[in-house]
Design a protein around this ligand. Structure first.
Ligand code: PGA
Length: 307
């Protein structure tokens, strides 16, 4: 199983958070292949919005298998008279995970490894799995449950993602107990993600900036390897837009052409070839119908944009 965590940080207003989650849900609903991947545990998605939006997000993703929530932090205090804190007692039952020890908290709020350790204990007491963020070997703590995200501070939000080999070497050095997934985070986007997900040593990704666009999250999702599909190739993709006049909703889906499996790729190409053989020019009509049946929404207009 690969893990995809969307860390939305402190970016969204209420309106933006609602728009984001609606877009995410609509896109997911329209794509049975991603739902299959979630159901068959090829991928797990974890959404980490700002704390006030957790409950709204939770009810919105309720219908999907393997789409879970994480808080972006958990208090060092479990419960009690600690104004402004959100601890394990409050988060219990809302989130499955808590991001703990993110470098932004260490940097701007002075979090130490000692506090991070307490937070991990509190999370686990509340049945919340920690996602322990480490910048490097200085942050490595003992972990028995949850996962670890290697997030070098100079890779976060800078566009300077670390090479896969460096990430793999770090994992080896960490000597994680068996069963603790190891994730990478730091300027991951839909272009570079396949490099990491192809590695058997990297179990998932923690994505910040690229997750702010809900359709990017879905593109990331569509690109998670599975079956005989090794990840996205967005230079060769089908982009579908569906406009629902009743609800005024525009849904966009980016599908790597080799979406999930070679068989689908072949099906689309075969439909095109059959159409062209019957009547030159008809290939696109049949290919369109094929894509429509794959994504589950009608396609009225089709444009081929040459590279
Ligand atoms: P980034 O953030 O994807 O914007 O680099 C990752 C993170 O901070 O978790």
């Amino acid at each position: 199983m690969k893990y995809l965590i969307a860390n939305l940080k402190e970016h969204q207003s209420l309106e933006e958070a609602v728009t984001w989650i609606n877009k995410f849900v609509n896109t997911l609903r329209a794509n049975s292949h991603v739902i299959d991947a979630l159901r068959s545990e090829r991928v797990q998605v974890v959404l980490a919005p700002s704390a006030p939006f957790l409950v709204t997000f939770k009810s919105s993703v309720h219908e999907f298998p393997n789409v879970l929530l994480a808080s972006q932090d958990v208090s060092g205090f479990m419960q009690g008279s600690y104004t402004g804190e959100t601890g394990g007692h409050t988060l219990r039952g809302i989130v499955s995970y808590a991001i703990i020890g993110h470098s932004e908290r260490r940097r701007y709020l002075g979090e130490t490894n000692e506090l991070v350790r307490t937070k991990m204990q509190n999370a686990q007491t509340a049945n919340i799995l920690p996602i322990l963020c480490v910048r490097g070997s200085e942050d490595v703590l003992h972990i028995e449950r949850g996962m670890v995200a290697y997030e070098p501070a100079d890779a976060i939000g800078t566009g300077k993602n670390y090479p896969v080999e460096t990430v793999e070497i770090f994992r080896k050095q960490m000597q994680l107990p068996v069963g603790i997934p190891f994730l990478y985070g730091g300027s991951v986007d839909s272009q570079n993600m396949r490099l990491y997900l192809k590695s058997p040593h990297i179990d998932g990704l923690l994505v910040g900036t690229a997750s702010l666009d809900a359709s990017q999250v879905n593109i990331l999702l569509l690109g998670v390897p599975g079956g005989d599909h090794d990840g996205p190739n967005l230079s060769d993709s089908i982009n579908v837009m569906s406009y629902d006049m009743k609800t005024n909703q525009l849904t966009t889906i980016g599908i790597p052409r080799d979406v999930w499996s070679e068989t689908l790729h072949q099906k689309i190409n075969a439909a095109y070839a059959t159409g062209e053989a019957i009547d030159p020019g008809k290939g696109m009509t049949l290919a369109k119908a094929e894509v429509s049946s794959i994504v589950g929404i009608p396609i009225d207009i089709c444009l081929v944009i040459p590279r």
